[in-house]
Design a protein. Structure first.
Length: 344
């Protein structure tokens, strides 16, 4: 018996749910008609039940707009503020249509904060990193050069909109960067290298970029430019050394920890450009950014400190700064808190 009662209740509730949506749709049409006929005092009672339960999100927006306009014409500003706030909480992206919406309604909408208060998201990127050599003093005759390698980074993003076009952006990233250093040793009076020493350095950073973004144009893609600085902390650095000899046995590759020979804190300037494409409640962000290192990653006092790397492979660093080119993609979610703006 209890099973039949439970089944009957479920069927009743399901039938009510199926019947409620069409009734509320009819109620909204009736509310439109009532509004057009000027029977504005009937609007709140007509829409009350469906606003509590029954309207879809888009129907709620229409209903709250009708109520707001009704309260404006009835000269009840406090109630108009309440329904406008309810509208914006239902759909934070709502914007009036100047071609059809009453001027009073648009003027009221402008008295509310309708922009997001902040955005949170994630970002991932690939980077090409190459040192800028400040000074290079080899221990033997020859020539050397640095080459870029591909790395990656990922982390969290926080954005604080200052106004419609200007945004303050702060990020926290785990970054893996890599590059090579090749030195060809040449005996005096000869032109053919007698040995080639190659070292690939892999570094792991924790980066905190702070940038200002400026939107160039409001559109589907919302193009922007950005600039700022970054403070980076190095917590791992290693070199894989390899030496090929022309007339002698080559030396096998070996990995060396060179973190003690590196400066832990690095400062850099950043500049870039990108687009923000609106998706759901936020933006897909894609950008290209150049990172120019301001700080030396090493110093003359530590260049020869790794004796095994020096004597076994003849490997010597130049004093350098790091620069990278990165391509990023990410997503940031808008967070709103609509409210009435204070009068100035």
């Amino acid at each position: 018996m209890k099973k039949f009662l439970l089944l009957g209740c479920i069927i009743f509730v399901f039938a009510q749910a199926l019947g409620q949506a069409p009734n509320c749709s009819q109620t909204l049409r009736l509310a439109r008609s009532t509004y057009e006929q000027g029977r504005l005092h009937e609007m709140p009672g007509l829409l009350e039940n469906c606003l509590k339960s029954g309207f879809s999100t888009s129907e709620k927006v229409v209903a709250y707009q009708l109520l707001t306009e009704a309260y404006l014409y009835l000269e009840e500003p406090e109630k108009a503020d309440e329904t406008m706030l309810a509208l914006l909480r239902t759909d934070p992206y709502f914007k009036p249509n100047p071609e059809v919406d009453p001027a009073e309604f648009i003027a009221l909408w402008k008295t509310f904060r309708t922009t997001p208060i902040y955005r949170l998201g994630v970002k991932f990127s690939i980077n090409a990193t190459q040192p800028n050599v400040v000074q290079f003093n080899p221990v033997s005759n020859g020539s050397g050069k640095y080459g870029y390698k591909i790395g990656f980074s990922g982390g969290v993003v926080g954005e604080l909109p200052i106004n419609n076009d200007l945004t303050l952006d702060a990020e926290l990233h785990y970054a893996y960067k890599s590059f090579t250093n090749q030195f060809q040793g040449i005996n005096p009076g000869e032109t053919t290298p007698h040995s080639t020493t190659t070292g690939q350095e892999n570094q792991t950073w924790l980066s905190l970029p702070v940038l200002a973004q400026y939107r160039l144009k409001e559109s589907r893609f919302n193009p922007f430019v950005e600039g700022g600085f970054s403070v980076d902390y190095l917590f791992a650095s290693s070199i894989t050394g390899d030496e090929k000899r022309l007339k002698a046995q080559s030396i096998e590759s070996q990995n060396f920890d060179v973190l003690p020979q590196r400066q832990k804190i690095n400062l850099s300037l950043q500049a870039g450009a990108g687009v923000k494409v609106r998706v759901a409640g936020g933006y897909i962000v894609s950008e290209v950014k150049y990172i120019y290192g301001l700080s030396n990653v090493n110093s003359s006092s530590t260049l020869l400190a790794n004796q095994a790397l020096l004597f076994n492979y003849g490997y010597v660093d130049g004093i350098y700064k790091l620069s990278s080119l990165s391509v990023s993609v990410g997503y940031v979610q808008n967070f709103f808190n609509p409210r009435k703006l204070k009068k100035k």
